[in-house]
Ligand binder design. Structure first.
Ligand SMILES: Cc1cc2nc3c(=O)[nH]c(=O)nc-3n(C[C@H](O)[C@H](O)[C@H](O)COP(=O)(O)OP(=O)(O)OC[C@H]3O[C@@H](n4cnc5c(N)ncnc54)[C@H](O)[C@@H]3O)c2cc1C
Length: 376
């Protein structure tokens, strides 16, 4: 009998069943850094945090730091520097550690558990995004003037994009104008929710401004360096988030009235604002969501401890179960787009400066929103 064996073509691996694609574990290479960061927080940050916040209570000027607060923080910063735990957020391996977004996501969750941890390691927003931008697109002079002191933890910075009266989640709507007058850009407009602009240590802002209204919408915006003490930059006051002004750093309402900065303060070039946003927004959102998840984990543990019940066990009919499940989902929602997986996106490098793919910012948002719902 003549039997012909039909050879089935190899089935394409379903991405959801491929264990490699679903591997969202931290890499072995990142483990020592992760452990060292945890130890630094336990040994050098947590023990001084209560004293830091106690010193700040009842200070006369809420928009200043109380004597002794920054000195305590400097001690922790110096210890981090001495142990090489400094600026590791930067994706370049020359200054940072060349971490992948996924590895950084695990570390960011630890940073979110202790409010002073990020700054003690010079890994706090919005400086991280600003340093990354300056490092990638800054001129040698811009780097010397602003990146150097930021990398040394000597000054702080802000990022000013959001505006009253326009839906700023779509940056095409940004209307603050910057117009060339001789060798200066003259800036007019209003920004609000500008985090950290109330901090007396904040010296520089990266501002999204409209320089080219006649270009196509994606090329109308530019990003420009504006020292916060520029004449014409006014802090109108703090915004409130759930009733808090978060002094002394704050989320400030700013007005620019004929604020002049030199022509060379523009970053990368006129009309290239959106290009720069791609550098900072993808990784920045992942870091932010993971820090928030870390904060939620810490608060969840606190609730359990106060209620006198152990942490959730699978199958437990515990009322906190829903929150645990949703937190697991939120973690996954953020870790998945954090995975640089060259295997999933050929051609992308492993560094966490790599941009997430097109669909991924939406995933990160979804993870973040799920998480925000948990916080209520
Ligand atoms: C604590 C805090 C800190 C912040 N720090 C900073 C900072 O440092 N720098 C900075 O620049 N900004 C900062 N922001 C502002 C933040 O980035 C903006 O709030 C955010 O980008 C959304 O912009 P928006 O507030 O204008 O909301 P909108 O853009 O008005 O959006 C509001 C809602 O409407 C939806 N929406 C908007 N347009 C449309 C549309 N066309 N169709 C359908 N739905 C739409 C949005 O998805 C959203 O759900 C901060 C905000 C907070 C709360």
């Amino acid at each position: 009998m003549n039997v012909t064996t039909k050879v089935k073509p190899a089935a394409a691996v379903r991405p959801d069943l491929d264990p490699e694609l679903n591997n969202l574990a931290m890499s072995k290479e990142a483990q020592p850094l992760f452990d060292a960061v945890k130890k630094h927080i336990e040994d050098n940050v947590a023990p001084m945090a209560d004293e830091f916040f106690r010193l700040g209570e009842g200070r006369k000027d809420p928009w200043s730091w109380a004597p002794g607060q920054l000195e305590l923080l400097e001690v922790a910063k110096n210890k981090a520097k001495a142990s090489g735990l400094w600026n590791f957020f930067l994706p370049t391996s020359e200054i940072g550690r060349g971490l992948t977004n996924l590895d950084y996501a695990y570390i960011a969750a630890e940073l979110g558990k202790q409010p002073l941890a990020s700054e003690s390691l010079n890994c706090s927003a919005p400086d991280t995004g600003n340093m990354e931008v300056l490092e990638k697109v800054g001129t040698p002079a811009q780097k010397e003037k602003w990146l150097k002191p930021l990398l040394n933890g000597e000054i702080r910075s802000a990022y000013a994009m959001t505006e009253p009266n326009v839906a700023s989640s779509d940056a095409k709507n940004i209307g603050t104008r910057a117009e060339l007058d001789g060798d200066d850009w003259v800036i007019n407009g209003e920004k609000y929710y500008i985090s950290g602009a109330g901090d007396p240590r904040c010296k520089i802002m990266i501002c999204m401004v409209k320089t080219s209204p006649d270009a196509s919408p994606q090329f109308q915006q530019s990003q420009i360096l504006v020292p916060i003490d520029t004449p014409g930059v006014k802090i109108l006051g703090p915004m409130h988030v759930f009733g808090h002004d978060h002094a002394p750093r704050g989320h400030m309402h700013l007005k620019f009235e004929n604020a002049r900065v030199p022509r060379e303060n523009i970053l990368l070039g006129e009309g290239r604002g959106f290009e720069i946003s791609q550098v900072r927004l993808g990784p920045g959102r992942i870091h932010h969501c993971m820090r928030s998840i870390g904060a939620a984990e810490k608060h969840g543990e606190g609730h359990g401890a106060r209620a006198g019940v152990p942490d959730h066990r699978p199958g437990d009919p515990d009322p906190r179960r829903h929150r645990h499940l949703a937190m697991d989902a939120a973690r996954r929602d953020v870790r998945r787009p954090a995975d640089p997986a060259p295997r999933r996106r050929p051609g992308r490098g492993p560094s966490h400066g790599g941009r997430p793919g097109r669909a991924e910012p939406a995933l990160i948002h979804a993870g973040g929103s799920r998480f925000r719902a948990l916080q209520r």
